[in-house]
Ligand binder design. Sequence first.
Ligand code: FAD
Ligand code: N01
Length: 549
Amino acid sequence: MNDEGYGGNESAEGKGSFDVLVVGAGFSGMYALYELRQRGFTVAVVEAGSDVGGTWYWNRYPGARCDVESMQYSYSFSPELEQDWKWNERYATQPEILRYANHVAHRFDLKRNIHFNVRVRSASFDEECNLWTVTTDTGEQILSRYCIMATGCLSLPREPNIRGLSFFEGARYHTAQWPREGVDFTGMRVGVIGTGSTGIQAIPQIAKQAKHLYVFQRTANYSVPARNRPLDENEVAEFKSRYREHRQRMRTSGSGTLWTQENKSALDILDGEREEIFEANWNRGGPGLVQVFPDLGRDLKANETLAKFVRTKICQAVSDPVTADALSPKDHPIGTKRICVDIEYFETYNRQNVTLIDLKSEPVEQITPDGVETSAASYKLDCLVFATGFDAITGALQAIDIRGREGNSLREKWAGGPRTYLGLATAGFPNLFMVTGPGSPSVLSNMFVSIEQHVEWIADCLTYLRKNEMDFIDANSDFEDRWVSHVNDLAEQTLFSHAKSWYLGANVPGKPRVFMPYVGGVGAYREKCEQVARDNYEGFTTTVAVKRR
Ligand code: FAD
Ligand code: N01
């Protein structure tokens, strides 16, 4: 961004002031900037990183790529962009997605309104002036009528507090804070802690370079093959010719993708037929396998048919039976933790230079200056890679000291778990919106579909307020309570509570165990949001601030 300060209008206090301040310049913040600027609002974006891209700016670890197919994991708001951009692989790599983010930023001239290397520390609502004051780590204050938190669901990395960690003398990396210049593991003894989606992508790549790789696994994870491949020109042309139709299907689907589902229970068919369907989807590759029957996510018996199928595949891929058994998940139903998608993950354990350390049988006791000590052995390491995930969904929001009406704090309001109306707003915090907030489909969907839907809903809402000469909107507590109950009721009909997942906050000590995303699907969710808007923002108080006082 320019060095000219925050621009916008100068307020009486000399602070930059805007119609809208957006926090975060990932795909959410970028689209919010584009859409609101198009509609004539003055907008500033503040971003902690030094460039656009969010997730794809930070997560530069080897092997990082999306697991929603590239042709679907992209913006739909510009048909010209959609036609011009060329994806190279079925699942795009992190560098390719980051190039796409930069292309979008350049194409729509976004960077001139983005302030990089600035982290928001606090935001407080001034009822007298009906303004948000946002304070940054550089000590600056920015005023805005509306504030949009586009801070990301998976943007606050978590490093576990393991005894002795600070004494480790080797190099230490977190996958979500990966050095821009990359890391050369050649000749190194490397330890990876964590076998979630990130670890499962990074491990095969690190194994190709390291002298020896030790994988410290606490919980075995289900993973399905990506079957990644270069995209064929004809298939791209065919897909592009039907982009509008595909996008419409994605918007009204459950997961925001084109994955298909059988319209019968996994238990209502013969074992052989079910196996054939699993096999076909396994060979097709990608995460759609866990949704292939509607009851896989709701019925333990149905779920176990798929879990068993995947465990068998693991045993076939891994030569050593003890390692294969340790890699086979048995303590949670498949799909209740985010399904992982890999490229030759299980096969990597057949390499001579890779050792799996099963922390269930030999827990970590401490980290020493030169390695990791478990109850059974001590492993000498030159470097340690933490693929230990995030304080997800609420972490980045609660890292900011957000104060609403009467100075009330969001952290305190959410101490027992997040409470929102539609995952878009939270009562008592007027004129504040969240993109893909808790209580919306967010991480259970193709995030592009959810991001675009949220940004467009917010932009429509602000346009409605402006048209009706209003400047104040707050969610009503009774509607929020009903939405929270609805989100919980839907989650209880699923198997999600059977796993200690980040969906539930179970990966962060002391975090309340509440299932945070909305499981009803993006299509149903969109309909609900549209109905609320049609009914003049039902469940919200909308008014002129001065009248309210
Ligand atoms: P982010 O991309 O997380 O951007 C948020 C931005 O806000 C960040 O740049 C951050 O620096 C900034 N920020 C946060 N707090 C502050 C603050 N206080 N002050 C200033 N700036 C701040 N989703 C899918 O649908 N499909 C996939 O295949 C997929 N793959 C993924 C792979 C990885 C490795 C990860 C980690 C996530 C993946 N996701 C995927 C989820 C992914 O996060 C979303 O798809 C999407 O990129 C989120 O965009 P966002 O703009 O909402 O958030
Ligand atoms: O994080 P995770 P992630 N000692 O929380 C382990 C998206 N994503 O970064 O399961 C030992 O899933 C922890 O063990 P356990 C996607 O939505 C997508 O991998 O708690 N181990 C677990 O194995 C994903 O779900 C892609 O027992 C410890 C791991 O660290 C989300 O981001 C790629 C530990 C953390 O797994 C997060 O994935 C990458 C400790 N003290 C990410 N603490 C795609 O492919 C934690 N662990 C699209």
